[in-house]
Write a protein that binds this ligand. Sequence first.
Ligand SMILES: [Zn+2]
Length: 698
Amino acid sequence: MDFESDDRRILERPIKQKVKSAETTLYTPQKQMFPRTSETSANKKKLLRGGLAERLNDLQNRERSAISLWRHQCVSYQKTLSGRKSGVLIVKILELHEECTIQVAMCEHLAGLQANSPSQGEVPRTGLKVLFTKETARHLKGHPQDIVHIYPPWQMLIAPSGSCPVILNTYFCQKVVAKEDSKIIHEVHCWDTALPRRSITLAQRFRFRNLTNISPESQVMYSGLTTRRTDCTHGHEEAKQCFPAQAPLRDSLLDAVESQGAAPWSGVGVRVVVQRVYCLPYRYQQGGGSAAPPDSDPPRVRGCLLVQDAYGMFSEVHSEVTILKDQQLEGKSCSLMGMKVLQKATRGRTAGLFSLIDTLWPPVMPLKAPGHGQACEKVKNHMPPPSFCYILTAHPNVGQIDIIEEDPVSKLYQPPVPRFLKEILQTNDLSTRCSFYARVIYQRPQQREIWLMVTDATLQMQDENNSGLPKTIPVCVAPSCVLSQEVLEALTEAVSHSFFFRDTVRAQGHIVCVERSVLLLQKPRLGVDSGAHSCELTGPVKLNELVSVTQVNSICSIQGTVIGVDESTAFSWPTCDMCGNERLELSPGDRDTFSCGDCSRVVTSPLLRKHLQVFLDCPSRPHCTVKVKLSQTSISSLLRFAACEDGSYEVKSVLGKEVGLLNCFVESITTHPASCIGLEEIELLSAGRASSEHCRLP
Ligand SMILES: [Zn+2]
């Protein structure tokens, strides 16, 4: 299983479509998609055969990477057809139906489409057919009367028959006002009918007013709005405008991005709340590419902030600034200055980021909405979560992230809510992230990841037969999860530690720490009520017995009867009785003495270490070959009565011996050609400190 790359976790699209879209990526679009009048009759037959429908489907499913290429090629089309190079199209859905797996929305065009007519305001109200892919439609959850913003690179197709224009490539959509709120519909209607359609920017298009219940000091308007008045201000009180001495702070990330384009923001600041602080491996900067540094280099990481603005929009801010390393920014409102767009992130390509965003959705307080009047300013929580966001990077020279004290946007902060492991295992929702406190009782580095066996009091208190829940659960720490120095050091100790696992991902039978997950060492807090979730174990840890549902990379306990010994792998070797060094050298001239290079001395009485694998007959797994690599302690006790005079061991005297309970790590499970389980006996980490904390269970 690979959790490093977001790109590989494509869950939403069937494989067949994926292959199709990969094919189309290689081509620039066929010109037939935009038939000129003269070509129409020649191409007509071809299109009637269903080719158009098929191409349309392919086109709609085009990967995002193809869009930029295509966009380059289609600049001329766009200029003549849409009139605006980077406009946001605003439509109101009138009617919806599905055709050829594509959702077709008959829409009223509200703004963003400019006819090449010099007489502004004379453009007649036009109908548009907007096509949404299945994926986009599922996300948008559009209904009639919804207002939808469609961000570039949308495309317009004008059919030669003279029917209404068709809008394609609507990957970046946002529902702005949902229909449920009748008051909002009224307000928007007013806004719609009275506003002439002109070529104005998004910033000018929306007039933002702050929530009414916040302090006047935080009310900031755009400077660009002062000179421009729109026609729909009747009946609405003019917004109070104030301009701070420094660059005015905006409330909308989208707006800042739209107005600044790809250039570093100059003189633009946006107020946001910092929802999360974490580190990402450096390669994520390149959008998840394979630009990983060579293994010899220390892994390079960059600090990241997941921020949200008052409109609910998210951004991930990358920075090399060391200030991001600690958690002090989390939950605070900050002003972002001197940012630059690194990339546009979508659900399809950055699933990991959006699983974190979905965890923070819906917002804990009403969001602002673009528009006029009070009713438009608070949107209840029926908005779908965003389908895209921008990844920003702080410009090395002008990038600035400052805390704004007492700003209301910080009320949007949603800290990770720790849950008991039992609750986490009982919920079926795998789409959002989960946080929990747990004790690591065993750890095992695998090739690139670390497997941690964890438990908490809720799992340990499970009734053996009752719940079907395990007593411990494996946590896979993928290489993309950046561990702090403190955590790494704690994991090297042979002592059991408790950790706070933040924003982890649930998988089948285990939990995964991926990119944007954070592990924090849970320190003993004496005399402080540490809350219900610092759930310390009171007794010795119990493991599940080896049963049919036991999974590989988990731990279990076994007992059984020895029915065989793997003689081919049984051997012993001398080790130093002082330091445990296993690489002793034979002393020259004396065949029976060894010398230890580490202690620089002759080892006269070396300790013999043994490797022994036995086959067990386990009552809990009948009809199954169970092979166990035994620990030194178990080997010694098993061989106690089997030693012969010459120092060898009699296999016969081992057979039939009872062993167990042994704690084991499950190394392999095979079902074909025969049912076979490979185990290694392990020693659980010892509880490091006496716990004075007690657990309050629900
Ligand atoms: Zn030694």
